[in-house]
Design a protein around this ligand. Structure first.
Ligand SMILES: Cc1cc2nc3c(=O)[nH]c(=O)nc-3n(C[C@H](O)[C@H](O)[C@H](O)COP(=O)(O)OP(=O)(O)OC[C@H]3O[C@@H](n4cnc5c(N)ncnc54)[C@H](O)[C@@H]3O)c2cc1C
Length: 473
């Protein structure tokens, strides 16, 4: 029998399930259709499992150097099955939490593959959802007033580097590794590639990163990339930039070997495994888009600022619309879409104010634009930079590499961007984000008293440094 809803959400990832909770708070009768597990990529194949592994790697790396803290240990080793078990336990706990939230919000969850139908006996407009149930029962038919497509994304690969799960992996397979390889080639030095490089290196794996651009994490401020490059090399990671993988050269035989053209010269690289981290592809196929007027450009669903597609009652959010493919972006887009559906007149999303984080060791975080982007936009900029080397808490932690950099407009004093590399900077970027939301100036950040001793003092000092007034430099 067909069920009627105010809203049906296709995909129960971070975007979809958060949208469902907001819809339930606003009194909309809501259902989610999820073919896999609630929580989606972030919970099962992305943010959470990767950060759990990173944390184990960090503990191992710190313990190996415990003598620096006067703590004597012997025979420190990794039991990777226990590392994986810890990761899985965290995922299970959070998964149960999301399931509970669905029950609490009286949100119906259909476990199956959803597909948008065209005009039918159920509705003259496209948008009826047919669900092929995972349990093999007869298809469910859902008749919603509104739909949100939140079907997410999957790993992309390069021609010739087909994922076989044994020698060549995407992050999906790498997260399931049963044992650590002795060596790995990572193709792609962006966010995911650098997190894996850092983690595997901390676990003692020999890592080579091959990056097409002339620097790793190329979307970050140049000074951040440069510092990251220095610190990754210090860990022993081999970084090969300006390198184009020649994909027809791959050999899979007791390991992997590939060739890459590096600044005009062909070089060969060998390792036990290869991880491809060259971006993510939106899940737009097989969901019934052809039955609608929804536009897809360059593989992503096109929406307006309230996330409506060409079919105004069908919205799309999260990785499937491209842009910043981040969990907190997906969930906030979901909230804006739902509030628009409920007639709440939400403010459109300002992507310039989204904080971006890399959870490598050391961490990177940023909000706003880079120095180069600011100059390209015609700003006359002034910058303030402060190193963690002069921060007492960083020395106490034994992690004093890195810095905070603030970019401001010379005339207006507007903060244009804040960039950090160093200890716990992913937990500190929100101060900079809030400052930008509130249109604060560097002076206002500097006069927000930063307690001593904390890592956040580096932000206060960098804000003072914008006008050449840092105290401890
Ligand atoms: C290794 C890795 C690490 C990451 N780390 C971070 C991080 O630290 N911080 C961060 O912000 N982001 C991180 N991300 C990105 C983050 O995971 C995504 O941006 C986020 O999951 C996007 O949410 P979403 O809801 O759009 O899509 P998804 O989480 O991909 O959810 C989509 C859901 O839709 C379901 N689905 C698809 N098609 C259908 C269908 N036809 N019917 C029913 N269900 C369907 C899928 O099964 C899936 O559960 C990481 C990603 C990866 C791969």
């Amino acid at each position: 029998m067909a069920q009627e809803y105010d809203l049906v959400i296709l995909g129960g990832g971070t975007g979809g399930y958060v949208a469902a909770i907001r819809a339930s708070q606003l009194g909309l009768k809501t259902a989610i259709v999820e073919k896999g597990k609630l929580g989606g990529t972030c919970l099962h194949k992305g943010c959470i499992p990767s950060k759990a592994l990173l944390r184990s790697a960090e503990v191992f790396a710190t313990t190996k150097h415990s003598e620096d803290f006067g703590v004597i240990t012997s025979d420190v080793s990794v039991d990777f099955s226990m590392v994986q078990a810890r990761k899985n336990k965290i995922i299970d706990q959070l998964h149960k939490g999301v399931q509970h939230l669905m029950k609490q919000g009286k949100i119906d969850v259909y476990e199956g593959l959803g597909r948008i139908l065209g005009p039918s006996i159920f509705s003259p407009m496209p948008g009826t959802i047919s669900v092929e149930m995972n349990n093999g029962e007869e298809n469910e038919m859902l008749i919603p007033k509104n739909v949100i497509v939140a079907t997410g994304s999957r790993p992309r690969t390069l021609p010739g580097l087909e994922i076989d799960g044994e020698y060549v992996m995407s992050s999906d397979e790498a997260l399931q590794l049963e044992a650590l390889p002795s060596s790995i080639i990572i193709v792609g030095g962006g966010v995911i590639g650098i997190e894996w490089a850092s983690m595997l290196s901390d676990f003692g794996v020999e890592v080579t990163v091959i990056e097409y651009a002339d620097r790793i994490i190329p979307t970050e401020d140049k000074e951040i990339s440069k510092e990251m490059q220095r610190l990754m090399k210090k860990k022993g990671i081999k970084l090969v930039t300006s390198a184009k993988v020649l994909s027809d050269t791959i050999v899979r035989d007791n390991g992997v070997s590939i060739s890459a053209e590096v600044k005009g010269t062909v070089k060969e690289f060998k390792a036990e495994k290869l991880l491809v981290s060259v971006g993510r592809q939106a899940n737009t196929e097989g969901i019934g888009i052809d039955n609608t007027e929804i536009q897809v450009e360059k593989g992503f669903i096109v929406t307006n600022k309230f996330f409506q597609t060409k079919e105004s009652h069908i919205y799309a959010i999260g990785d499937v619309i491209g842009g910043l493919q981040l969990a907190h972006v997906a969930s906030h887009e979901g909230i804006v879409a739902v509030e628009h559906i409920a007639g709440k007149d939400p403010s459109p999303f300002d992507y310039n104010l989204v904080s971006r984080c890399i959870y490598s060791n050391p961490e990177v975080s940023s909000v706003g634009i880079t120095e180069d982007q600011a100059k390209e936009k015609g700003h006359k900029v002034k910058t303030g930079k402060f190193s963690f080397r002069a921060i007492g808490k960083a020395l106490v932690f034994g992690e004093s590499d890195g810095f905070v950099k603030i970019i401001a407009d010379e005339k207006t004093n507007d903060i244009l961007g804040v960039h950090m590399i160093g200890p716990h900077v992913t937990d500190m970027i929100t101060e900079a984000g809030l400052a930008m939301v509130l249109d604060a100036t560097p002076w206002e950040i500097a006069h927000t008293i930063h307690p001593h001793p904390t890592l956040s003092e580096a932000i206060g000092e960098a804000a003072l440094a914008v006008d050449g007034k840092a105290i401890h430099s």
